[in-house]
Design a binder for this molecule. Structure first.
Ligand SMILES: NC(=O)c1ccc[n+]([C@@H]2O[C@H](COP(=O)([O-])OP(=O)(O)OC[C@H]3O[C@@H](n4cnc5c(N)ncnc54)[C@H](O)[C@@H]3O)[C@@H](O)[C@H]2O)c1
Length: 378
């Protein structure tokens, strides 16, 4: 990893690549107040069970009230942890998310929110953009893009609220990739946003155009946020799981996947728990794949070593993606800034003075209240 005063990765407090063989302690989530959208089923429910058992205060929000309330009742009994709650939340509805955050902060024993998982998601049951065009109708019908409302607009609402609440968490600190591991448990207050992408963030899935679009959007959100969220002291991470057997897999999906190896929900929980527990980790994307055995060749390449493997092979399910983006940003910035500086020098002071006069005249015309370098759309 590059390390210099110009390094975007350093400025953004991005932590080192994750070594999945390095142990982490799940008890580091103890006392954290964690919100999970879509927490009544699948991944959300599994995160809820694991973190509740480790002593976290967990509040789940979901549109499915029956499932949400019954899982909270069951896990309270199983864990004897009473700081567990369900609040109705429809992520597509801004006010519903505002209420979810507000009520959760009131229920939090320390009044703050330490971490949020933007997990709620749906798949496309009736793929909108894959239908043949209907040539016999008058005006083309409006497309059904509800998948985008849940998986992308909902995640943007959650992110906006996370960036509002997390920096206000009493006693929390900005992410510190160099923190001493032995002192982790001393400061449970955190400011963590965990986004849930998918393999569909990285490559297309046929018949899931809107799903893929939404999950590419989540990846874009992660990549953009991880270079700016540090200004709020917030750490942001992403997981991108491969297919896992949960309620989201459509009947067609099940038919297509028949016979294939799927990823395991335990590995998704493991990846999310590592990112949740270890507040040194920031700006990382963990891909969770099926468990496979791999072996390193003499040239240093990793290769699949067959179902049974051999004595030299290792079983893996976690991989890192988008590891070098920020370093590439550094190179890009250095190049572009260098070129811009050279152009600036060639233009000389006369061009600068002309541009400045034009900018000042515009300010006089539009008023001095221009606070953004982009023009607003009103
Ligand atoms: N299972 C997989 O193969 C897989 C793979 C990669 C990523 N993911 C992602 O993981 C996340 C969780 O999916 P899952 O597999 O646990 O599915 P799931 O269907 O078991 O759980 C999704 C939960 O989201 C809730 N939800 C749906 N719409 C909502 C809304 N408008 N507001 C609030 N809650 C809403 C559902 O009621 C449900 O409880 C999703 O973002 C999904 O895209 C899943």
């Amino acid at each position: 990893m590059s390390s210099s005063i110009y390094s975007v990765a350093d400025k953004a407090r991005q932590s080192r690549p994750i070594d999945p063989s390095e142990p982490f302690d799940i008890s580091w989530v103890k006392g954290k107040t964690i919100l999970i959208t879509g927490g009544a089923s699948g991944f959300g429910a599994s995160f809820f069970r694991q973190w509740a058992a480790a002593g976290a205060n967990v509040v789940i929000g979901d549109v499915d009230d029956n499932k949400g309330e019954s899982i909270v009742r069951a896990v309270r009994i199983a864990t004897d942890n009473h700081n567990l709650h369900f609040i109705h939340c429809d992520v597509t509805n801004w006010q519903s998310q505002v209420n979810f955050f507000k009520e959760a902060a009131k229920l939090s024993p320390h009044g703050g929110i330490d971490a949020i998982v933007a997990n709620a998601g749906v798949a496309e049951l009736n793929p909108t953009f894959n239908k043949p065009g209907q040539l016999d109708v008058g005006d083309p019908p409006k497309p059904d893009i509800r998948v985008i409302d849940v998986n992308l607009v909902g995640v943007l609402y959650t992110t906006h609220l996370a960036l509002f609440y997390l920096p206000r968490n009493p006693g929390s600190q900005p992410p510190d990739p160099n923190k001493n591991q032995r002192k982790m448990h001393e400061s449970p207050r955190d400011r963590h946003l965990l986004l849930i992408g998918s393999m569909a963030s990285l490559y297309p899935i046929p018949q899931q155009t809107l799903y893929g679009t939404s999950k590419h959007g989540v990846l874009g959100l992660f990549r953009s946020l991880r270079s700016t969220a540090f200004t709020n002291g917030v750490r942001v991470n992403l997981i991108c799981p491969y297919f896992v057997d949960t309620a989201i897999i459509t009947p067609l999906g099940r038919a297509v996947l028949a016979g294939a190896s799927l990823a395991k929900i335990e590995d998704v929980v493991e990846a999310a728990s590592r990112l949740m527990a270890d507040s040194r980790i920031n700006g990382r994307n963990l891909v969770v794949g099926p468990r496979i055995k791999i072996v390193q060749t003499e040239e240093g390449e990793w290769q699949y070593s067959g179902q049974e493997g051999n004595e030299k092979s290792t079983e893996v399910s976690l991989w890192e993606a988008n590891t070098d983006d920020l370093e590439n940003t550094d190179v890009f910035m250095r190049r572009i800034v260098g070129i811009m500086n050279a152009a600036h020098e060639m233009n000389g002071w006369i061009k600068w003075a002309k541009d400045m006069v034009r900018a000042l005249l515009l300010m006089v015309k539009e008023g001095p209240m221009i606070t953004s370098i982009w023009r607003r759309q009103n």
